[in-house]
Design a binder for this molecule. Structure first.
Ligand code: CP3
Length: 357
């Protein structure tokens, strides 16, 4: 149904051991695989058209539409993996919170739980019934891709989810989150316990439904000092990674991670995702090449010229040095006004410049 012919060429070459999964396992690949965080949505005209007709949460909760959006970037961009169209905040509703995506402000959580009693009232989730729409979307996409192009599932990490929950939405300074952490550590740890269980069951359900890899978005973990990361976050992320099946590779991502890079590795993940503030070569060396590395083009580079994009792609590939285990990506999500042609040019440049003879 959905542009089968465009997958055909790659299907023949890759068989059922796609280049993205091999790179996650740090095996040699013919070229460096590439996908983009937030590739499903935001900048694609087809997505923006759908958004004129439906609210964001309706798109997430309608499996046929979520599957269609997931597949959009494969058609136009020739990326090496798909990521399921969903959101890290979807589990909050079945936990008992009221979630709304407002124009301009982003996500809003009404009456954010901050007291011990409110946190205690948060419920565990049962993904098969609470989030059946997501699992159905995963099954639809997997049927379409037939194992040829891997589908990535994802979750927010407990800390990043806690930030949205406690702040009631987007924040720049994390004041409420840190206040709770320092003023009422028992409530903090209780919230993190609850979220850890939610994340583990959310990701396991996605694996059972068919995703080939998972990414844990701990987007905001770099807002903490290394000591606080170790005390208030690391043990929970470790439990998440230990709670996942070893059959699928795992990617552990944060921005601003210079101070916590080794601690993130300690928490887990087959691949560590970094942003553009770090030199990829230096970061990988710090990780002792014991894990794969994902990244790390500044998404804003895609707003510039294609010559400049190609130059930056070349630098990142050089920093990776052709070692097995590099997955090319942006350092954070693709920006809403990014020209599609520039993304196509970037993906093409990664494939062409990394190709081994
Ligand atoms: O990568 C993909 O394309 C898959 C889908 C995906 C979405 N959100 C869809 C989405 C993924 C992987 C996410 C992750 C996510 N969501 C994160 C972690 C990654 C990151 O960017 O830091 C976070 C923090 C969220 C929470 C969230 N969802 C915010 C802050 C917002 C508003 C700002 C924004 O990104 O537009 C969202 C809304 C959201 N999630 C949209 C999409 C396509 C835009 C909704 C719209 O169309 O209006």
């Amino acid at each position: 149904m959905l542009a089968r012919e465009t997958y055909e060429g790659r299907k023949m070459k890759e068989g059922k051991n796609p280049v993205f999964l091999r790179a996650c396992r740090r095996e040699q690949t013919e070229y460096t695989p590439v996908w983009l965080m937030r590739q499903a949505g935001r900048f694609l005209p087809e997505y923006r058209n759908l958004r004129r007709q439906y609210p964001f949460l309706t798109l997430c909760k309608t499996p046929e539409l979520a599957a269609q959006i997931t597949l959009l970037p494969l058609k136009t961009l020739r990326v090496d993996a798909a990521i399921i169209f969903a959101d890290i905040l979807l589990p909050l509703e079945p936990m008992g919170m009221t979630l709304e995506f407002t124009k301009g402000e982003g996500p809003v959580i009404h009456h954010p739980p901050r007291s011990r009693a409110e946190v205690q009232r948060l419920r565990p989730i049962e993904p098969e019934s609470d989030l059946s729409f997501l699992l159905e979307a995963i099954r639809l996409v997997c049927r379409e891709l037939a194992g040829e192009i891997p589908l990535i599932g994802f979750s927010g990490a407990p800390f990043t989810l806690a930030c949205y929950i406690i702040e009631g939405g987007v924040t720049k300074d994390f004041i409420r989150t840190k206040s709770l952490m320092y003023q009422d550590p028992l409530t903090w740890h209780l919230l993190m316990e609850r979220l850890t269980e939610v994340v583990i069951s959310y990701l396991n359900a996605q694996v059972t439904a068919g995703v080939a890899a998972v990414q844990l978005f701990d987007t905001w973990a770099g807002a903490l000092s290394p000591a606080d990361y170790r005390e208030f976050v690391l043990p929970y992320n470790k439990r998440v990674f230990q709670g996942l099946p070893t059959s699928v590779p795992t990617i552990h991502f944060a921005i601003n991670s210079a101070g916590i890079l080794e601690a993130m590795q300690e928490a887990g993940g087959d691949v560590i995702g970094i942003d553009w503030r770090l030199d990829l070569g230096t970061a990988w060396q710090r990780l002792k090449y014991a894990v794969g590395i994902q990244g790390n083009l500044d998404p804003a580079v895609l707003l510039g010229s294609q010559e400049h994009i190609q130059g930056r792609v070349t630098e990142i590939l050089r920093a990776a040095g052709g070692k097995p285990g590099h997955i090319f990506n942006l350092g954070h999500g693709v920006l809403p006004h990014t020209p599609v042609d520039n993304v196509i040019a970037m993906v093409e440049a990664v494939h062409r410049l990394s190709k081994k003879e």
